[in-house]
Design a protein. Structure first.
Length: 310
């Protein structure tokens, strides 16, 4: 544990000295191309993915708490009227039939895989890998990451749902009350802000583990877990800070987007959030790979054996 804290401290010091290089990468055309490609694929897969998940929890698994966790997660990323609009329509449009649309599910997984395709290309370039995976191999790896990261995201959202459900139960109310509050057009949280803040903080490790999985397994090369872990922690914290900043500036952003984009405000919100989050993930990967290559070259020049893979 001490070693991890030491690595975190060293990585934080490296971040202080590397911020100019990271800024140049964030301002590069290449980073914006990758981030927009990621955001476009998120935009394509976002709504169908949520509908399929809600249908699965509602009609196949009969798991109402997990369905509520989806609504909590949506409002965690998209507060205010946009989150309320999304959860209201998700609850309204999700299929009520117990028949599983396997073709829709297969098409959804294929489109969701598109999120990882530009990520792999960007990660491979960061690590100096000249050969990308074939499309088929990328789909296989992406499929595994979708299930792993999707499960962690659901668990993260479930923390918020469990907090709200426990709060209602303590007050003698039921899940239907919570569903009505979360899926109203002007959706509101049922639990006090301090409890929801604690649930959000508890979800940070899920974000970090998801980043670790993507950083380690998506590049077409062997990546040492210990090299990535401290930097994945810092990038995960940065993503969570973005969510808090979004909560603070949301009224102004919503007013501006509503005036500029009108009926497309929800689509633009999803696209912009995905683009900014993609930039952070890409910059974290570039920074991690740069530091790892520098350390390997230093060890080689000093005649040391590279550290064993964790």
């Amino acid at each position: 544990m001490y070693s991890l804290f030491q690595e975190l401290d060293d990585s934080a010091r490296e971040l202080q000295s590397d911020w100019r290089a990271i800024g140049r990468y964030l301002a590069s055309t290449e980073a914006h191309v990758y981030a927009f490609a990621i955001a476009a694929n998120v935009m394509i897969a976002f709504w169908p993915f949520l509908l399929v998940m809600i249908s699965l929890f509602r009609n196949v698994l009969d798991w109402p708490t997990a369905e509520l966790a989806i609504y909590v997660g949506v409002q965690d990323y998209f507060p205010g009227r946009v989150g309320g609009f999304l959860t209201y329509n998700l609850h309204l449009l999700a299929p009520t039939s117990h028949k599983v649309e396997w073709l829709s599910l297969a098409l959804l997984l294929f489109t969701a895989n598109g999120v990882f395709l530009p990520l792999e290309v960007a990660f491979n370039k960061a690590w100096g890998v000249k050969q990308n995976r074939s499309l088929l191999k990328n789909q296989v790896v992406s499929m595994g990451l979708i299930f792993a990261c999707g499960g962690l995201a659901l668990l993260s959202a479930a923390l918020g749902g469990a907090v709200q459900a426990a709060w209602l139960e303590a007050r003698g109310q039921n899940l239907q009350t919570l569903r009505d509050q979360l899926t109203g057009y002007n959706a509101v949280s049922a639990a006090p802000p301090l409890l929801m803040m604690a649930a959000k903080l508890a979800s940070v490790p899920m974000t970090i583990v998801s980043l670790l999985l993507v950083y380690v397994y998506l590049p077409n090369t062997k990546v040492r877990v210990w090299t990535v872990l401290p930097r994945a922690i810092l990038v995960g914290v940065a993503l969570e800070l973005m969510k808090w900043i979004n909560l603070g500036i949301w009224p102004w952003v919503q007013m501006k987007f509503s005036r500029e984009f009108g009926v497309f405000v929800n689509s633009v919100t999803i696209l912009m959030w995905s683009f900014l989050a993609g930039l952070v993930v890409l910059a974290g990967a570039e920074w991690t790979a740069h530091r790892a290559r520098a350390a390997a070259e230093r060890e080689l020049n000093e005649g040391l054996e590279p550290e064993a893979e964790l």
